[in-house]
Ligand binder design. Structure first.
Ligand code: NAP
Ligand code: GLV
Length: 310
């Protein structure tokens, strides 16, 4: 049996999963199910005691690409596989989000907005795409898609990942030395890194200082990537032109947080790439069929390696 917990979109997911898996018994929150029969769960942010009620659980499908919040809870038994979404309609949205920030930078909208406030008619020199160096942090499902799209549009694209990667047309780097070499060669830094202990405060004061003056940051991965005070200091010193931020250490961002009113910060409420229910349900149903046919959870594209943290 499959148990669904997604209160905000319960009806949508229930219908999609039932359509995709007509022979499967599916129960959903807050329905009481025969707990012994529940082998799989599809969840978005379930309550703390949720997993403990299903002693025969084999796999949890998370309705998201990032699993940091689930791993942080520490209540998923070690023998239960965690499977996340891979792309599922999010990659295209990530490109759009990145492109929005990139064009804001390239077409100097931050500068023109300032000029408008002062009624200044000053034409800034044009910047062509092939003169703009974009670095994509995270070359997984989302980052690779974004990097390819930007390359196709003529930008000079580099990427950074944990392990060495080779991607046609993208200058790939990895590890600390790779990052240190890339940052000074970056006009726009775009991150879709997951939140792990290793990526926490990856962009600290020292690394932010490696970015060239007047560069910009777009963060659509997780908020923990950036040391917030270091970012504010960088922006206040005019080292960075702006930061476009979609993700934050605390969400919703507290009302009194300095990011809200900072003139060089543009922020959005974690909307860079939304889960597309149709795609998510299709992907989860395919994975469930694989498991039902005896396939190993470890072979699924979205299988989460807990030791790695993503
Ligand atoms: P993914 O396929 O697992 O890719 C993660 C990438 O990050 C991989 O390239 C990985 O390197 C790299 N990475 C992880 N730890 C690293 C480290 N310590 N140093 C360098 N590189 C590291 O994940 P995805 O599907 O692309 O999603 C990425 C993240 O985007 C999610 O975890 C989530 O936090 C975020 N997200 C945000 C939104 C939003 O709306 N804001 C929406 C969806 C997802 P390797 O290739 O070497 O493994
Ligand atoms: C959204 O942030 C996700 O991880 O899917």
């Amino acid at each position: 049996m499959l148990y669904l917990y997604s209160p905000d979109q319960q009806d949508v997911y229930l219908r999609l999963l039932k359509d995709a898996l007509p022979d499967w018994p599916i129960a959903c929150w807050p329905e009481e199910a025969d707990a012994e029969k529940v082998r799989f769960a599809v969840v978005w942010s379930p309550p703390k005691d949720f997993f403990a009620r299903f002693p025969k659980l084999q796999a949890i499908f998370v309705l998201a690409a990032g699993v940091d919040a689930l791993l942080r809870r520490g209540d998923v038994p070690q023998d239960v596989a965690i499977v996340r979404l891979t792309d599922a309609g999010m990659a295209q949205q990530m490109t759009e989000y990145c492109l929005y920030g990139l064009l804001h930078y390239q077409r100097q909208m931050d500068i023109y907005l300032q000029q408008q406030k002062a009624a200044q008619w000053i034409q800034q020199p044009a910047r062509l795409a092939d003169s703009l160096r974009v670095t994509v942090l995270g070359l997984g499902q989302l980052g690779t898609h974004v990097a390819h799209d930007l390359k196709r549009l003529g930008y000079r694209v580099s990427g950074w990942s944990r392990r060495p990667r080779e991607i046609d047309g993208i200058a790939c780097a990895h590890g600390e030395a790779g990052l240190r070499a890339l940052l000074p060669e970056t006009d726009v830094l775009f991150s879709v890194l997951p939140a792990t202990p290793e990526t926490r405060h990856l962009l600290d004061a020292k690394r932010l200082d490696l970015l060239p003056k007047d560069s910009a940051i777009i963060n659509a991965g997780r908020g923990s990537l950036i040391d917030q005070n270091a970012l504010l200091a960088c922006l206040d010193k005019d080292r960075l032109r702006f930061a476009l931020l979609d993700v934050f250490v605390e969400e919703p961002l507290p009302e009194n947080h300095p990011f809200w009113r900072h003139p060089r910060i543009i922020l959005t409420p974690h909307v860079a790439a939304d889960t597309v229910p149709e795609e998510a349900a299709r992907q989860i149903a395919a994975s469930l069929r694989t498991l039902a046919e005896g396939g190993a959870a470890g072979s699924l594209a979205g299988f989460v390696d807990r030791a790695r943290g993503y």
